[in-house]
Design a protein around this ligand. Structure first.
Ligand code: ADP
Ligand code: MG
Length: 415
């Protein structure tokens, strides 16, 4: 099956050829024709399975036929949970828009504007002068801009929620509610994620109108090719084990997840002291630093990024072969998103989780919920000596409770 049967314009098909995308992924195959026809879509498909184009292509297909009006009006709003994801989705949109035919007096067929917090609002306000057609935004900054009268949502025809379950989660609840209230009630909704917890599905259903549900099952042929491993280690020796693994396997590029911003700084510093090129990545860094670290990582100028869950969703780094859970993720859904940073677009990868006495029960829980077969390995020289009660003093960053509302709000703010 090729892209040509999905109802896309010759210009978009040419863009796909230029990008060397030949065969639509399963989620693209199902979602694109329905979305072009104007239906709502609730799309659930694995990490790295091409969900971005599953909404970008129909969006552009529908908008390119709308005659450009001056000033431009926001016809599509794409909400995402993190700044880096906003930038990434905006870039994909612009790459495809560049292939659309446009009248000679306009610089491009459609204007795409990306807005997110952590950077000065003034350039974003200037960028919105004269209007825009498509806005990619994190919810907080979008609302700030609306409060400044820099844009209106009254003409939005399509709303996209990328990483929809995260956006419908408690951490974004208030902001999302405000955005929803400003949107026309008659609109198309396209919601995508790799995970949809049951409670969130109920919330999503209340917002969707007769949606097409696209659920790409984790069949062997479509499961990302991730070799999942777990390794026993005493909590205080985790950095040592990480160094050992980096050297033993000569890993060229890896993303290491930790539980806190502090841990992100400390682990990166310890690696640097061992002459391993590493940087922290978390919500307290300046946006300039965050952008720089990610750009360096993508360009292979940086070997290790030690990140909090702010990097766990959506970010697409080609040829990232290894993800390490230095601290285990809090939720099993976070596990899915974290390890999904590797093995994207048909590549393969390795995901390694460190397990210590205190985090062992949490690991078994993840294993059970994810239906994993993996056993916990022991590595020579790193045999565990901790016992659970002693280790709970030094618990490797896992809190013994589910995050409460305050935790979630704090986590959302830190991003
Ligand atoms: P998801 O949002 O499902 O996690 P992305 O949309 O970020 O995945 O896509 C993952 C990678 O796959 C990207 O690098 C993208 O360019 C690539 N990709 C998307 N669609 C195709 C396709 N049809 N053929 C080949 N590569 C694709
Ligand atoms: Mg995505």
């Amino acid at each position: 099956m090729s892209f040509s049967s999905l109802g896309l314009s010759p210009a978009l098909l040419r863009a796909l050829v230029a990008k060397e995308y030949v065969i639509p992924t399963p989620v693209q195959l199902e979602a694109i024709p329905a979305a072009i026809a104007g239906r709502d879509v609730l799309g659930s498909a694995q990490t790295g399975s091409g969900k971005t184009l599953a909404f970008v292509l129909p969006l552009l297909q529908r908008l390119q036929s709308v005659a450009s009006s001056q000033p431009r009006k926001v016809k599509a709003l794409i909400l995402v949970p993190t700044r880096e994801l906003a930038a990434q989705v905006g870039e994909t949109l612009r790459e495809f828009v560049a292939h659309l035919p446009h009248p000679p007096h306009l610089p491009s067929a459609l204007k795409v504007t990306v807005v997110f917090g952590g950077v000065s609002i003034n350039p974003q306000m200037l960028g919105l002068r004269g209007g825009t057609d498509i806005v990619v935004a994190t919810p907080g900054r979008l609302l700030d801009l609306i409060d400044h009268n820099a844009l209106k949502l009254t003409d939005v025809q399509t709303l996209v929620l990328d990483e929809a379950d995260r956006l419908l989660d408690l951490g974004f609840a208030d902001e999302l509610q405000r955005v929803m209230a400003l949107l026309p009630s008659k609109r198309q909704n396209l919601f995508f994620s790799a995970t949809f917890p049951r409670a969130v599905v109920a919330l999503a259903e209340a917002l969707l109108r007769d949606p097409l549900r696209v659920t790409i099952q984790a069949a062997p042929s479509t499961t990302p090719d991730i070799e999942q491993r777990a390794i026993w280690v005493d909590a205080p020796r985790r950095t040592q084990l990480l160094r050992h693994l980096i050297e033993q396997h000569a890993w060229k590029r890896l993303l290491v997840f930790v539980a806190t911003q502090h841990a992100s700084e400390i682990v990166a510093e310890k690696l640097r002291k061992a002459r391993i090129n590493a940087e922290p990545f978390h919500g307290e860094l300046s946006q300039g630093k965050r952008t720089q670290v990610l750009a360096d990582f993508k360009a292979s100028r940086l070997r290790v990024v030690v990140a909090t869950d702010v990097a766990s969703r959506g970010i697409d780094v080609a040829e990232l072969p290894v993800v390490v859970n230095f601290d285990l993720p809090r939720s099993t859904d976070d596990y899915t998103h974290r390890i999904g940073r590797t093995a994207r677009a048909g590549e393969s990868g390795v995901a390694v989780s460190f397990v210590s006495a205190a985090t062992e029960p949490h690991f078994w829980l993840i294993r059970k919920r994810q239906n994993l077969e993996i056993q916990i390995e022991t590595i020579d020289g790193f045999e565990p000596t901790e016992t659970a009660p002693a280790a709970s003093q030094n618990n490797g960053g896992i809190k013994g409770k589910r995050p409460n509302k305050k935790d979630k709000l704090r986590a959302a703010q830190s991003q």
